[in-house]
Ligand binder design. Sequence first.
Ligand code: URA
Length: 254
Amino acid sequence: MKPGSLNEEALSVLSDLRLYLHQRYGVPLGVAPSPPLAFPLVFPPLPREGERVGVRGSTTPPASEIPASARTLEEVRRILGDCRRCGLCAGRTNIVFGDGPDAAGLMIVGEAPGAEEDAQGKPFVGRSGQLLSRMLKALGLEREQVYITNVVKCRPPENRNPKVDEVSACSPFLTEQARLVRPKVLLALGTFAAQTLLQTNEPIMKLRGKPYTYAGLPLIVTLHPAACLYNPGNKKYVWEDIKGIPEMLKMDPA
Ligand code: URA
């Protein structure tokens, strides 16, 4: 073993642990861990085609305002309006609804907007977004070809994980987005998005590498680009998970 390599390994393990605690329990990066939050994923069942979608306890109109047959992403955005369905509205600058073509082959779902996304009103425009664009390029895709959104559309304070009620309030909109974009592949980035779409508490390293479906659409889950920024060694897992996407995009829709 080279001198110093143990230190490097220990640092890498610590960095992984810090990231895990951050993504899983919302422990701020660089701050000593506090006891984990219980995070039962209470998630409304996915609506079927034509079914009405409502938001419990909302103070703004539910997603059922417009019949499913008449919906476009633009209409869903209009229904979302100046959303006050959960407490995240208090701290946001912009709602980050989603970005990309209405009928993209690939739809990406992240966790929640960060500071840069909140400021610009667009998903994945910060450092993670830059890495995401490079990952897409490596697949032969431009960002503009891909529909990108998040589980929740408003930035949580201090970039903490979204809470159950926040996910519940926003989830009908994500389901509508997936149903309208109807991508050939959905890609969930990171622990939070993967656990939310799959309604599980399994860690991302257990979830990745297997095919799933969400709303009847093929779903792949992988690590968040932030995990690759903290630990570039994670890039190999992401590449393993996403390298089959171009082939999937060539397939006829089911
Ligand atoms: N991280 C996310 O999960 N989503 C964004 O939009 C930006 C960073």
